[in-house]
Ligand binder design. Sequence first.
Ligand code: ATP
Ligand code: MP5
Length: 259
Amino acid sequence: MRKILAIAGSDCSGGAGIQADLKTITSHKMYGMSVITALTAQNTTGVFGVMESTPDFAAKQLDAVFSDIYPDAVKIGMVSSKTLIEVIAEKLAEYKAKNIVLDPVMISTSGSKLLNDDAIETLKYKLMPLADIITPNIPEAECLSGIKIKNKQDMEEAALKISKNFPGHILIKGGHLEDSSDDLLFHDGMFSWYNHEKIKNTNTHGTGCTLSSAIACSLADGFTVAESIFNAKNYLTGALNYNLNLGKGRGPLNHCWNI
Ligand SMILES: Nc1ncnc2c1ncn2[C@@H]1O[C@H](COP(=O)(O)OP(=O)(O)OP(=O)(O)O)[C@@H](O)[C@H]1O
Ligand SMILES: Cc1ncc(COP(=O)(O)O)c(N)n1
């Protein structure tokens, strides 16, 4: 049984965060574990409150997991403060965690800030170096690169810029593009595009969390990063195509489509 650890915030409405991660991991028939970085009060229409875990308590959760059931892969999602990022980076290094997928969550689909401004540099220089792959969406890639992204060429420029400080795999997700949902992978000087037509479904809450957890599952299974992205995109496409329609805003995905 493959064991996957998700380090992320809780979304009480079940669409994103740790809930999306655990649903994805379970759908892959793997064993999911969670280190909760924050409780959020949110739903499909917005985020109404955030209550962060203390760094000490996050460290205790990490010790409890790593000292007992060692994960085959780790997915990191929302970690909003500098001190939390620091403690997570220290613990992942101490336990020599492997197959780390970092989704640098900054803003929710509904528009709320999930990363403090003063934590961006810590994320870039302490957590990113530990990751095998980072999966920014377009606004996150703009923040990491300082480049305004309007089209696919800008995505390539941003990836090149980010790669100056990060040697791992960079997947810039194109879900926010107008006319396609093409994602760009950059690694070792090479660009690879994962082209996908936009599925007519505005219920995309949790797509980023789902994609990054699904990548972690395939990495744990021994697939390469490029293969893992391909598998994860297939999983996500199935969940999007199912057209679940819940809530009054941008609704969540259905993870039961392939069971
Ligand atoms: N309408 C769509 N049709 C097909 N694929 C989509 C669609 N929307 C998003 N995706 C895919 O979902 C994944 C997440 O993309 P996106 O750029 O929306 O990330 P995100 O903003 O982090 O997600 P989230 O909505 O969870 O914040 C990408 O692989 C993207 O291509
Ligand atoms: C706890 C948590 N983690 C991540 C997201 C981002 O997901 P989305 O952009 O789909 O709102 C979120 N809204 N909440």
